[in-house]
Design a protein around this ligand. Structure first.
Ligand code: MN
Length: 419
């Protein structure tokens, strides 16, 4: 009997501490980043990562400063469980969470994979589809049966984990009253985070704001949990919706690096982080992130997943600091701020890339020659530019070619040779 009383007191103390941590987070107004590159991102066809690759990405995410890493779904494969076990040893700061179905077995497997990690740095994310189509087609359960499934699993998880996230799939296509009921019951059963997921990426910023306002109104115990959001990019609105959610009071945003993920992908972490950095008046600053880690991390994820980055991908693409147009090149050489939203150094990039091509101007040619230590008169620079403009479409003017063109301009060759 005394032992039982002691256990009860300990449980009450633990839940009091948990409440203080949650209310502290809520009051701080700080937005926390949860990265799901290694889980939802890896679900992208062809993006499979080996456990050692996942560890490298997790370490880079830790250097960036994300609050938590959705580390994988250990019950789904031995490789996932292995990767989680390695991450437990390789990273210390982020919370590592594991995806689980509403099954005790999944929660046990997650607990085993996360064994050895301090209790405030490990958690589970419990998911099930809650929309009408998921209830009917996948779970074949009534709304009341779904609530029982959810609360049983959360109670079981909360006995083993301090961090328990409830992640109802397809929340954006769920009846708002039922969605609010699942959140209320989940929080009462011990969920420390409730997730709002636009699983198939159909929302717009206005509808996001509307749904989140109705959730804040319809879940009276919401101050006992953190609100996390997860968007997909099927309409190209992942970043816009995530930013709208921040304005609507979301405390945790879940994203992936380079926006990789199911179908059209997830919200790109780097895009949200940059939008926040440039507009702290609207979204608060992403103060926990070291933005100079972004560019190297985006390249690492592309390299290890084998998913190429579109050259014009915001923040991460090869062309975001490159220009071929003469007017822009001239402006950038006078002051980079003329045609840049932010300096490359902010995200850990080395500098501008002035591409020499048909649209370039004399200043860019002269500037590159100077960097290469090649002397050329103004007339010669102009002559080189004319030669560049005559090159066949798609020709690359690399440094070697530029040196050759400069040599030609410097030696008065017979006119007939260039014909
Ligand atoms: Mn997803």
């Amino acid at each position: 009997m005394p032992f039982r009383m002691f256990a009860g007191a300990r449980r009450r103390l633990k839940s009091a501490i948990k409440r203080r941590i949650i209310s502290g987070h809520r009051r701080s107004g700080r937005v926390l980043f949860s990265d799901t590159t290694l889980r939802d991102g890896e679900q992208m066809p062809g993006a499979t990562l080996e456990p050692e690759d996942k560890v490298r990405i997790a370490q880079a995410l830790e250097a960036l400063g994300v609050h938590s890493i959705d580390a994988g779904f250990p019950a789904s494969s031995a490789a996932d469980a292995d990767a989680v076990r390695r991450m437990v040893r390789a990273v210390s700061r982020p919370v590592l969470t594991c995806l689980c179905r509403m099954l005790r077995g999944d929660i046990d497997v997650a607990a085993e994979a996360l064994d050895g990690r301090p209790s405030h740095k490990r958690g589970v994310s419990l998911f099930c589809g809650v929309s009408p189509v998921h209830r009917r087609a996948r779970h074949q359960k009534s709304p009341a049966e779904m609530i029982t499934l959810i609360t049983d699993a959360i109670r079981y998880a909360a006995e083993r984990f301090d961090v328990v996230a409830f992640g109802p799939e397809d929340g954006s296509r769920t009846e708002i009253d039922f969605l609010c009921e699942t959140y209320r019951e989940a929080i009462d059963a011990g969920a420390s985070t409730i997730g709002f997921a636009d699983t198939v990426g159909v929302l717009t910023p206005d509808k996001t704001r509307d749904m989140l306002a109705r959730i804040q109104d319809g879940v009276p115990n919401i101050d006992r949990a953190l609100l996390a959001v997860h968007f997909h990019n099927d309409l190209g609105l992942g970043t816009a919706n995530t930013l709208a959610a921040i304005q609507s009071g979301a405390q945790i945003v879940q994203c992936t690096i380079n926006g990789i993920g199911e179908r059209a992908g997830n919200t790109s972490l780097e895009e949200v982080a940059l939008a926040m950095a440039l507009h702290p008046d609207e979204f608060g600053a992403p103060e926990c992130l070291d933005l100079t880690q972004l560019a190297p991390l985006c390249r690492l994820v592309s390299e290890l997943t084998g998913v190429p980055l579109p050259v014009n991908k915001p923040v991460a693409g090869d062309n975001v600091f490159a220009t071929e147009a003469g007017v822009h090149q001239d402006g950038l050489l006078k002051d980079p701020d003329t045609y840049l939203p932010y300096r490359p150094e902010l995200i850990g990039c080395s500098g501008l890339k002035l591409v020499l091509g048909r649209h370039s101007g004399r200043r860019a040619v002269a500037s590159r020659l100077e960097e290469l230590g090649v002397r050329a008169t103004e007339a010669q620079s102009l002559q080189i530019l004319e030669a560049i403009k005559r090159l066949p479409k798609g020709s690359q003017v690399d440094d070697e070619r530029l040196r050759l063109l400069a040599a030609e301009a410097a030696s008065p060759a017979p006119r007939s040779r260039s014909a």
